[in-house]
Structures are given as C-alpha cells and as structure tokens.
Design a protein around this ligand. Structure first.
Ligand code: G3P
Length: 220
C-alpha cells in the first residue's frame, strides 16, 4: 500500500520522509490555508522534497477555468498532480487534461457511481472520503471495497486514494480492502507506530537490563 501525507506542513513532510514512509502528498485548499503561505511556492517546495506525486487542487468551478488552472499548476513540477472536484465540470476538465498527459486526482468522491465516472473520464487517482461518509451514517470502508471491486471488474488503471482517514481502523480496513493508497493527516501519524505494549516492553527490558551484572561487578 502506498502512503501519502495529507499535509502541506514542510517540517512534518521532512520528518516523515526520513522514515521512508512518504510515497506522495495530498493537499486541498483548507490544508493550504492552514500553512499561511503562497500556494505555488509551497507546492513547488513540497515537490522538491518528495519524489512521488503531489496533489494541488484547483479552485475554479467551470470546466474551462479548471482546465486553464490545471495547465498552469502542471507547469510547477514534473510530479505535480492536479486535484479536481467530482462535478460535471470536473469530469469535463479531467477528460480534457488527461488527454494532454496531465495527471489528475478526482476528489470529494462519496459513491461508487462517482468513482466509476471519474475512472471513465480518465482520472489517474480517485479520492473517496471515508471519514465524511461515516459522518453521514454510511460506511466509508464499504465504499472503498465496492469501488475497488468495480474498478477491477473493468480493469481501470485509476488508483484509489483513501482520503479523510481519521483512525487506525480506517487505515487498516482500507489496506485490507485493497485500496492502492491511503493519505494520512499529521494528527494520525504518531498513532500508526505507537502502541502502549511496545512502550511497556521497552520499559521492562530496560529495568531488567539494570539487573544484569556489569563486567567490573562480575570480576569482583
Ligand atoms: O483527505 C481529505 C481530507 O483532507 C479531509 O479530511 O477529516 O476533513 O474529512 P476530513
């Protein structure tokens, strides 16, 4: 499973990149707003740190404007991916720019039908929002399972990015469902490798180690 970070925080990206865990980055306008920096500048900096795909979202709502924006964003770096919202205009834009070789990530996907339309339009990536599906009383992980099966049935190349990941359970279930990628917010990261039994185990081992006779003590 590929592992993207859902953040534009440079320090966080560098820190997690040192662990070898960063296959790509996703951002959205809310994430960019948190960083309080120029959009183009921050995306270019992220693209220079991370080798994998870096999603940058358009804010236009008409197909023509999205296409224009996407062509501009695509010039920023060779690994940039243009994120397009799942609307009729978005599908038209994806259909146009995917034929120009621009990679796309269709976002705000909440149903199998939407995912299927995105794949047909030529999306490179499709982002179903599992947490927000759960928020409305439906099953976000079931959406991942059903969309994965649907894309497999027709051999679409589009990859599923599990987005709006809020819990370890989301990540583990998305992996079991065969999602290609999960994009993880910074707040969830430490929980992925921390476990209380690991901490207890280290504490116990260190306490026992104190009881092992040291060389000087053995000789005396
Ligand atoms: O990956 C999408 C994410 O940024 C939205 O997450 O928790 O606001 O639904 P959330």
């Amino acid at each position: 499973m590929e592992f993207f970070l859902d953040t534009a925080n440079i320090d966080e990206i560098k820190r997690i990149n040192r662990l070898g865990l960063v296959d790509g980055i996703t951002t959205n306008p809310s994430i960019i707003a948190k960083g309080n920096r120029d959009f183009e500048e921050v995306i270019k900096e992220i693209c220079s740190i991370v080798d994998g795909p870096v999603s940058a979202e358009v804010i236009s709502l008409t197909a023509d404007e999205m296409v224009e924006e996407a062509r501009e964003i695509a010039k920023w770096a060779s690994n940039v991916v243009v994120k397009i919202p799942m609307t009729e205009a978005g599908l038209e834009a994806v259909n146009t720019i995917s034929k120009e070789g621009i990679k796309t990530n269709v976002t705000l996907v909440f149903s199998v039908a939407q995912g299927l339309m995105a794949a047909k339009a030529g999306a490179t990536y499709i982002s179903p929002f599992v947490g927000r599906v759960d928020d409305i009383g439906e099953d976000g992980i079931a959406l991942i399972q059903r969309l994965k099966q649907t894309l497999q049935n027709y051999q679409y190349d589009a990859k599923i990015i599990t987005a709006s990941v809020r819990t370890i359970g989301h990540l583990e279930s998305a992996a079991l469902a065969g999602a290609d990628i999960a994009t993880i917010p910074g707040s969830l990261l430490p929980k992925l490798w921390k476990h209380p039994l690991t901490d207890n185990g280290i504490e116990q081992f260190l306490a026992d180690w104190e009881k092992v006779p040291k060389k000087a003590e053995t000789l005396s």
